[in-house]
Design a protein around this ligand. Structure first.
Ligand SMILES: NC(=O)c1ccc[n+]([C@@H]2O[C@H](COP(=O)([O-])OP(=O)(O)OC[C@H]3O[C@@H](n4cnc5c(N)ncnc54)[C@H](O)[C@@H]3O)[C@@H](O)[C@H]2O)c1
Length: 203
């Protein structure tokens, strides 16, 4: 189900399931009718269903692929070409340190987050091929204190913090600041890149 869930003078929140092509189309139609254009798309939605590969179920594999990869594709298939036609746009795909280095127990998640980097490089070429001012970049966050980490035991979080140069985990606003930069004109000559925001982590 897709619906408007929040609205004030400056902001609207619209809830949709990005794996549902009809939902995405409905959202796209709503945005086009109301605003006529889109300047920035941040593909942020993502899920984990961790398991060692030998125990990973089809459901775990399919759900993570569906949200993290197909969902990103569903959104960008509509909004990317729109930006190209309008000759302006910045698309920001949220990848992960796990997509860069891989991680035990996350074959499904790592595949999608590495895939997002491939999509980023492809779309950076595709949407600008006729000279449109459309930039596409990825952010690869390290472990960041959001709901996604709620199920991760504290001793593991401490281990991850120790693997960073800064010896701590990230805060959501530190990832948001990177997205702000990539969305802004300060990044006007940055495209096809993956910006690691991970405190200098090596997994
Ligand atoms: N938190 C971390 O340590 C970390 C590290 C690297 C990358 N990331 C990535 O950052 C992004 C944001 O994650 P987060 O940490 O805020 O996690 P989160 O679980 O707090 O938020 C994920 C969001 O995705 C939404 N979502 C899930 N399935 C959806 C669907 N089918 N359609 C629409 N929305 C859907 C959820 O409603 C939720 O709001 C994700 O892509 C995640 O993979 C997170």
């Amino acid at each position: 189900m897709s619906e408007l869930v929040y609205e004030n003078k400056n902001v609207e929140g619209y809830k949709l399931n990005i794996t549902n092509v009809e939902d995405v189309q409905k959202f796209y139609d709503y945005v086009i009718e109301k605003y006529g254009k889109v300047d920035i798309l941040v593909n942020n939605a993502g899920v984990t269903r961790d398991s060692m590969t030998r125990k990973m179920t089809d459901d775990q594999w399919n759900l993570v692929l569906d949200v993290n990869l197909k969902g990103v594709f569903n959104m960008t298939r509509l909004f990317g070409p729109l930006m190209e036609v309008n000759n302006y746009g910045s698309i920001i795909n949220i990848s992960s340190v796990v997509g860069v280095y891989g991680n035990i127990g996350q074959a499904n998640y790592a595949a999608t987050k590495a895939g997002v980097i491939g999509l980023t490089k492809t779309w950076a070429k595709e949407f600008a091929r006729k000279g449109a001012n459309v930039r596409v970049n990825a952010i690869a966050p390290g472990y960041t204190m959001t709901d996604m980490l709620k199920t991760v035991p504290q001793d593991l979080l401490d281990k991850f913090a120790a693997l960073t140069m800064l010896k701590r985990l990230g805060q959501p606003n530190e990832i948001a600041n990177a997205a702000l930069f990539l969305a802004s004109e300060e990044a006007s000559y940055v495209t096809g890149q993956t910006l690691s925001v991970d405190g200098g982590m090596r997994l």
